[in-house]
Design a protein around this ligand. Structure first.
Ligand code: GLN
Length: 304
């Protein structure tokens, strides 16, 4: 199959969906991103790369960082991580507070904000500077030594991060956060603010399609079983309260971010990154979902 021609055709098909969503504005620095942008990039395990549209434009990866952070922390923490965070879909928005009290400060999964804060806290315990560790890893995988967090976005998140601060304080009161709230928030916001392009994201996500082994660097980041676990949690929780719709329409492990990025994994074959900043009501990219739906429908490449 000619994947390059396919993604170019898909691009033409999804452009009419502009303005059906809205750029995230609860983080003011994200609101100024020009809305009419779309990119898609594919990296295959046999070394092919296809990209079109704005595939080389860096954007804020936001919650896609949570998939990489989970992988890093699972590698260091092993099964004890799951004593601090669950692995069930929440059915609630990514920044929801409601379940936390019922469930005694143990977040439902590592991809809602509360869960990612706990994962970041665990990572700080292992690495000290968890953000520096994540950045070093992503630089190595993408081959881009200049990869950085966007400091303006990190500062904007902090200035408007009262809800995340509330989640962190609440978990701290249950003894489920080992480090100071300010430290955990700072590292979490910097992870979310990392800027990457679709091409870089697809490259960095390839280890998840390859049983935990990076084809770029030859590093076994996760065991086969752990790679399965991260992919499974991406499928069931990676797009929050839209995980059912994504499983139904796309049929792949996917992690989204409010910067408009989506990282999808086809185990044994490839990683795909799509990006377009306008989001639906559940915080997922409108054009990104349309593009991934068309990709798996037309190729038959889903996990089902
Ligand atoms: N940094 C964002 C937040 O904490 C991440 C949310 C997202 O991408 N879903 O609200």
């Amino acid at each position: 199959m000619n994947l390059q021609a396919l993604i170019e055709d898909i691009q033409q098909q999804v452009l009419p969906f502009y303005d059906q969503g809205r750029v995230a504005d609860y983080i003011p620095a994200l609101a100024s991103v020009p809305p009419h942008q779309f990119g898609i990039a594919i990296h295959t395990l046999d070394g092919r790369e296809h990209a079109c549209g704005d595939a080389d434009t860096p954007f804020s990866i936001q919650s896609i960082s949570k998939a990489f952070m989970l992988a890093l922390t699972l590698q260091a923490d092993g099964e004890q991580l799951w004593r601090h965070v669950g692995k069930e879909p929440s059915g609630n928005p990514f920044n929801s507070l409601v379940q936390l009290e019922y469930e005694h400060g143990i977040p439902r999964n590592p991809f809602i904000n509360a869960g990612a804060l706990v994962v970041t806290d665990r990572a700080i315990g292992h690495f000290g500077d968890a953000h520096a560790r994540l950045l070093a890893w992503l630089r190595e995988e993408t081959g881009n030594a200049g990869l950085m967090a966007d400091q303006a976005i990190a500062a904007s998140e902090r200035a408007h991060g009262d809800r995340n601060a509330a989640l962190a304080h609440f978990m701290k009161s249950y003894g489920n956060l080992g480090h100071p709230v300010e430290t955990v928030l700072d590292q979490y916001f910097h992870n979310c603010s990392i800027a990457m392009s679709c091409r870089e994201l697809a490259r960095a996500g390839l280890f998840l399609a390859n049983h935990g082994l990076s084809p770029q660097t030859g590093t076994q980041y996760l065991s086969r079983s752990q790679a399965k676990q991260v992919n499974a949690v991406m499928l069931t929780c990676g797009t929050y309260d839209a995980a059912g719709e994504f499983a139904y329409r796309v049929g792949l492990p996917v992690k989204s971010g409010v910067g408009g990025g989506l990282l999808a994994v086809i185990p044994g074959k490839m990683a795909i990154a799509a990006w377009s900043p306008q989001l639906d009501a559940r915080g997922n990219s409108v054009l990104g979902l349309e593009a991934l739906d068309r990709f798996t429908t037309r190729t038959g490449l889903s996990i089902f």
